[in-house]
Design a protein around this ligand. Structure first.
Ligand code: PMV
Length: 298
């Protein structure tokens, strides 16, 4: 029986995709920019099977997540008139569903693996990204490294400085989050802050690209900090508010702010839809990264 395997990395957005255009499948309200995290990967294996498309028994995914995965596989099969049935298995080398952007890598890996199984692996990355976007919006940026830029109906790499950043996550919690990012995309639309969100994100992206061009690390840090708070403010001001930031997330953020204040230097700090804190260091900041790891063990 034939089988195929593909691994794809996740990515962390510096300008966030949050909020979708109503009535369309994963069409973002605003452009987003991410750094690809090549050490945090999902691996998907597809085995030819008979019966229905389904999961191996040992899967870590719950029923709802499995259904979403199968739906995406079927969408991909329809695109290429494939009728073969498959058994899916999927694994991550990091915890699922706690703001480490697992949906990005898992849908990218499923897309890549299915295209291998269909003999379509040589499609251009931009086409693979568009297919993957239909399963999970953020996954489309994982097809480009180190920088992925998704704007309108285009996904592409971007030639920015800082190509070898060191990524570290302050893992505040490994618990699965109560509000999935799919649900967050729906709920933020009820916030009064949402109407102007595309404008703010677009402006901030513009300023961020200027800061990149000038290699102005402090300005990059400031803009990325403002951006994650902007997304978390949407959560907090939704008609039915919800949050991911916990007391320990907040403690770590305050500690990082005072670290920056004391040293006039530090990492880029961001949060996804989860309680954990993502840090990006320049290669010359390795020693600082070790110090921060020691100071933020929970
Ligand atoms: O791909 P989705 O639908 O799980 O969207 C997640 C979006 C965020 O991770 C919260 C932000 C982003 O741009 O990656």
């Amino acid at each position: 029986m034939n089988q195929w395997q593909a691994s794809m990395p996740t990515n962390i957005a510096l300008i966030k995709y949050m909020g979708k255009k109503p009535g369309q499948k994963n069409v973002a309200e605003n452009p987003s920019l991410s750094y690809t995290l090549n050490d945090l990967c999902s691996t998907v294996i597809l085995k030819e099977g008979d019966g229905n498309d389904g999961f191996e028994k040992s899967s870590q995914l719950n029923q709802e997540e499995q259904a979403r995965f199968i739906k995406h596989l079927q969408f991909l099969k329809n695109q290429f008139d494939v009728t073969q049935k498959y058994q899916i298995s999927s694994e991550n080398n990091f915890p699922l569903g706690c703001g480490l952007a697992s949906s990005a890598s898992s849908f990218a890996a499923l897309t890549e693996c299915a295209l291998k199984a269909f003999g379509k692996e040589s499609l251009p990355a931009s086409e693979k990204a568009q297919l993957s976007r239909q399963g999970s919006g953020s996954s489309c940026r994982s097809f480009f490294s180190p920088w992925g830029y998704w704007h309108g109906d285009k996904v592409e790499g971007m030639d920015l400085p800082y190509k070898n950043l060191i990524h570290h996550v302050i893992v505040v919690s490994k618990e699965k989050k109560l509000v999935s990012s799919s649900e967050a995309h729906q709920r933020v639309a009820s916030s009064l802050l949402f109407a102007d969100r595309p404008l703010r994100a677009t402006k901030r992206l513009d300023l961020l690209l200027k800061a990149f061009a000038q290699q102005d690390w402090l300005r990059i840090k400031q803009l990325v900090w403002q951006e994650f708070w902007d997304m978390h403010a949407l959560f907090e001001t939704a008609a039915e508010p919800f949050r991911y930031i916990t007391e320990n997330s907040y403690k770590a953020l305050l500690m990082l702010e005072s670290f920056w204040h004391k040293n006039q230097d530090g990492p880029i700090i961001t949060m996804d839809a989860g309680p954990n804190i993502h840090l990006l260091f320049r290669p010359d900041q390795q020693k600082m990264c070790n110090e921060i790891i020691d100071a933020t063990r929970f």
